[in-house]
Design a protein around this ligand. Sequence first.
Ligand code: SF4
Length: 312
Amino acid sequence: MSLLVDRLSLTREDGTELLAPLRLSLAPGDRLGLVGESGSGKSLLAQAIFGVLPKGVRQVGGALTAFGVRMDRLSKARDRIRGSRLAWVPQDPVQALNPFLKVRHHLTLLPGIHRGESESAALARLGSLLERLRLPTDRSFLAKYPHELSGGQRQRLLLAQALSCDPDLLVLDEPTTALDPTVQAEFLSLMLELQAERGLGFLWISHDLGVVAAVTTSLMVLYGGHLMEAGPTSRLIQSPRHPYTIRLLAAARREPATEAGFLAAPGERVEGCPFRPRCPVALGRCAQWRPWVGADQDGLRCEHPVVGPDLD
Ligand code: SF4
């Protein structure tokens, strides 16, 4: 297995839990989705994998390994893997792209570092990828700065940059938020094509279950830093059992959610299940809910799961 997140746990400096011990693995060819809303811990996981956790967040347990190298420890071996075999499309293109670098520098930075490729050689090799990403390849476009691009172009530039060294694994954090629906649909089918052609494995992180379901074969649903439900995408979409998965599915289908209660403030302590304040089927025993220790890629953590028609 190429990327292993082994019981990774993250907290704030004051000890507030942000991500409970979580396990997942990703190999070339895998299509894994991680869904949850803001505050679920999904983007922190991506940042931890790439060693760029925000200030005030720390890893308090577990290990991150890619291709046999610890990604949570500084080393030259880790630097060789990041951006080459394991690449990342961060959430916010405006933040992620360097405002002082032109398009061509963004595209040729990683090939120069990891392959020793000249700018012209890298651009020649990447020409067909840019065309498939519907990014112009003419000199005037390559000479533009990020602020001169549209939101969709910036998003696609980030993807082109991540793919510039032909990685085995790709982590995409909300990669379609800046795209309009037509471009988004093109982006999804392009990712599936690239995955099939290159044997690329990807971890797709999003709040939108509809988007993730369209491109993945396995799903993990996070809420409040805890894994709630995980398993094959087809099963979770056809027969979701966790009330939060059902709520995400309703949102993706633009259906009114059967949800009560309130959203706990970040870091606010909720007794038992973290989804309890919003859960429409909570029972008294949900206050005794215990976290899913070392939560992994198949299972369910709920005291009162919904029983679907094909499950009883
Ligand atoms: S454990 Fe209880 S509160 Fe939590 S999702 Fe399940 S039913 Fe709802």
